[in-house]
Design a protein around this ligand. Structure first.
Ligand code: NAP
Length: 332
């Protein structure tokens, strides 16, 4: 018996469970020469998957209706007719939401679970850790003593961005959606200030109070009114990393926002979109540094683990709704 999760229909605004479906197969897939059979262990549910559920042109093609969804996953090789992989190897890479699947191994990385737990290869030493490290360094160009604001601060990317900011000697302000998350940012991750955007009426003034010398770097994971409020506080030569815009991912029409041009011109500021895959040549250096900081316990990571393949769609919906702290992962 094997199961797969498909996109049943394209979500309209906020996705629901009815947008997903399960397909069951009686037989295990068979392996031909050059192929491996993979058993799924962990599935990463990520905000960018929402974009792929829509039929819109983007940097990755949309999912096809009626076909399996795919995302970053960790799997175990359970049979191999490929000399590069042996039974018992663990791999990570873009795979389909199936309990078992056949692969040629192309695009998969072998991972060593003596170096980090398997789930960490989907987070802190995987895509979201790389996003935090490279976005902050390559566009943010942080300098000791500067002030960094991070939105989506309690999630997979944001919680790592803020901690790296602290390692580098920045004043770090995190914006997130519950008091519990704000407490976690300060007590567990060492952020200097936290702002709950859901209970703060005037986010612009709250940022001003936490950053009396202004904001030098803004790591933007959310877009929308939160980001507008940050713009009012930027300094001369500020750097704004546009990593994501989760506040608009469920909108059918892109909302009007504050005009950014006056803020950028007045402050000679830089605003740049960031896609982690454009920095693939820097992944080895970034992973090495993240692993070193982890080993030195300068960097911590949090995961919200949901158990059970069947719960993957709900885990995705819950992540979009802010129910995760750190990286949202499904354990099969
Ligand atoms: P995440 O932050 O772990 O999870 C998403 C979080 O977004 C939720 O926990 C929720 O936290 C917050 N959120 C949901 N709706 C929101 C809204 N309307 N306004 C403000 N916050 C909202 O996800 P992640 O994987 O780390 O990704 C964070 C961002 O980075 C996303 O925008 C994602 O698309 C982007 N990203 C970009 C790249 C790239 O290469 N460009 C790579 C990875 C991720 P609250 O409780 O705080 O609302």
């Amino acid at each position: 018996m094997n199961k797969s999760i498909i996109l049943k229909k394209r979500p309209v605004e906020t996705p629901t469970l009815s947008d997903f479906d399960f397909i069951e197969f009686e037989n295990e897939p068979s392996v031909s020469d050059g192929e491996i059979l993979l058993e799924s262990k962990y599935i990463s549910v990520d905000p960018y998957l929402r974009g792929r559920m829509s039929d819109a042109k983007s940097y990755v093609p949309p999912f096809k209706v009626g076909e399996p969804i795919s995302s970053g996953m960790v799997a175990e090789v359970v049979a191999s007719k490929n000399d590069n992989f042996k039974k018992g190897d663990f791999v990570s890479g873009l795979l389909e939401w199936k309990q078992k699947q056949v692969s040629t191994g192309d695009g998969l990385q072998k991972i060593d679970n003596s170096k980090a737990p398997l789930s960490a290869f989907l987070g802190i030493v995987g895509m979201t850790g790389l996003t935090a490290f490279l976005g902050l360094h390559e566009i943010g160009k942080p300098k000791k003593g500067e002030t960094l604001v991070v939105s989506g601060a309690a999630g997979a990317v944001g919680s790592v961005v803020g901690q790296i900011g602290k390692i580098l000697g920045l004043n770090v302000i995190g914006i997130a959606g519950t008091d519990e998350k704000i407490a976690m940012l300060k007590s567990e991750f060492g952020f200097d200030h936290g702002i709950n955007y859901k209970t703060t009426d005037d986010i612009k003034s709250a940022i001003e109070a936490a950053a009396p010398n202004g904001v030098d770097i803004y790591f933007d994971n959310v877009g929308g009114p939160i980001s507008d409020a940050v713009l009012f506080n930027i300094n001369q030569f500020a750097r704004i990393i546009i990593c994501g815009a989760i506040s608009v991912y469920n909108k059918t029409e892109i909302p009007m926002a504050v005009a950014v041009q006056p803020f950028l011109v007045k402050n000679s500021a830089l605003m740049q979109g960031f896609i982690v895959s454009n920095y693939a040549d820097k992944f080895p250096v970034a992973i090495k540094q993240l692993s070193t900081w982890l080993g030195e316990e300068k960097l911590k990571y949090k995961e919200t683990i949901v158990e059970g393949f069947e719960n993957t769609p709900q885990a995705f919906l819950d992540m979009m709704d802010g129910k995760n702290k750190g990286k949202m992962i499904v354990k099969i």
